[in-house]
Design a protein around this ligand. Structure first.
Ligand code: FES
Length: 385
């Protein structure tokens, strides 16, 4: 972590003023806070000043302090505390903030910093020859689960390798930074496990409850057993141990799971149901992958000269895109045209457990097919992934 000081005098401009548009925005922002609490606008105003000029100057700090009726030192304290504020001129196309805190360090942040040193400048905060790039080491940026990572502007780029960071830096240097999808750079959805789910891959809890109830009904009740009140009968009687055993038990139950289930049976349960042994839970085999010759498989096409970037659909990573391409799916229009049975076929083929519906691939694909990113933003109010 570097010492955070204002840039030397030689870099400091004599004055700062918000542009007309930003001045209107600043007035509105200040008014959002209750009377006497206008100082709460200090962070948004500093951020807007940085967005306008590229970094936070001393003149900007003083101007914002005057606007909010704050002592200069109070605004300076805020600006020097948060690493989101740049106190020196930084690269005009990218300032790369490399997280060097423990999880990222253990997963390779030092190699990422070596890339920055070789591609940008040997020292942090120094700009490259063209003045377009700079870098620094920062503390945890809150994406540790996908370590190692960097932040550029307001976006994070996660699960990085040195090679991937080199590509990202080159793309920003060429002025095409907006073309890179932020977030994870590998085949995972947000921070879900790489390559797909590794847990909760069997049936939903509700379905488990139904299966157990059916089992319970098939076991003959003792002759003198007291009738179970409906509310009690409806209540799932599984314990965590039993549920875990059910989730993980394949056709032949591992010893530990069997033991846990047995222990669960022996656990006293309060109320009328205490005397009932917990019913055995049947293992649930994972759903079979649908056949490639199934009639519901969506029609594939030959790879077009310019296939669509299916990764723009939320829920599609590089690996899923490759699988879709394998079955002849290359365009948004194809995805947009899928009927229910076709969606179910693809969902089953990808072992997605309903995610195609949940993420509404068809709606996303329709927007992308109609007007690309602009239409997607119009429909969903945000950029595609
Ligand atoms: S340790 Fe790097 S993001 Fe948290």
């Amino acid at each position: 972590m570097s010492v955070r000081r204002l840039a030397e005098d030689q870099f400091q401009p004599a004055a700062f003023a918000f542009s007309d548009e930003n001045a209107v925005w600043a007035d509105k922002t200040i008014q959002k806070y209750p009377a006497g609490r206008q100082q709460s606008a200090v962070i948004p105003l500093l951020m807007r000043a940085q967005e306008q000029d590229g970094w936070v100057t001393r003149a900007a700090i003083e101007k914002i302090a005057d606007m909010l009726d704050m002592a200069y030192i109070r605004v300076l304290e805020v600006a020097t505390f948060y690493t989101q504020f740049q106190l020196h001129p930084v690269g005009t196309r990218a300032h790369v903030q490399v997280c060097g805190t423990t999880p990222c360090m253990l997963r390779g942040s030092e190699a990422l910093m070596s890339v920055c040193k070789s591609k940008i400048h040997a020292h942090p905060f120094e700009r490259n020859a063209e003045g377009t790039l700079s870098w620094e080491e920062v503390e945890c940026l809150g994406a540790c689960v996908n370590a190692p990572m960097v932040m550029i502007g307001k976006d994070t780029y996660e699960d990085l390798t040195p090679a991937r960071l080199e590509e990202i830096i080159d793309t920003f240097a060429a002025g095409n930074g907006a073309s890179i999808k932020p977030g994870t750079q590998i085949d995972r959805i947000f921070s879900a496990p790489e390559g797909g789910l590794t847990s909760l891959t069997t049936e939903e809890p509700k379905a488990r409850t139904r299966a157990k109830k059916a089992d319970a009904e098939s076991v003959s009740a003792p002759v003198d057993a007291a009738p179970v009140p409906p509310s009690e009968a409806a209540r799932p009687k599984s314990t965590d141990a039993e549920t875990n055993a059910a989730l993980k038990t394949p056709a032949t139950a591992p010893k530990a799971a069997t033991k846990n289930a047995k222990a669960a049976e022996e656990q006293p349960v309060s109320g009328t149901a205490a005397a009932e042994p917990a019913p055995a839970v049947k293992a649930v085999a994972p759903a079979a992958k649908p056949s490639l010759t199934d009639k519901n498989r969506p029609a594939g096409i030959e790879k077009p000269a310019a296939p669509d970037d299916l990764k723009m659909i939320s829920g599609v990573g590089p690996k899923i895109e490759a699988t879709l391409n394998e079955i002849g799916i290359f365009t948004f229009a194809q995805v947009a045209s899928w009927k229910k049975l076709e969606r179910e076929w693809v969902d089953g083929y990808l072992n997605f457990r309903g995610r195609i519906e949940r993420d509404d691939w068809v709606k996303q694909a329709k927007a992308l097919a109609k007007g690309g990113e602009a239409e997607y933003i119009k429909v969903f109010g945000k950029k595609p992934r």
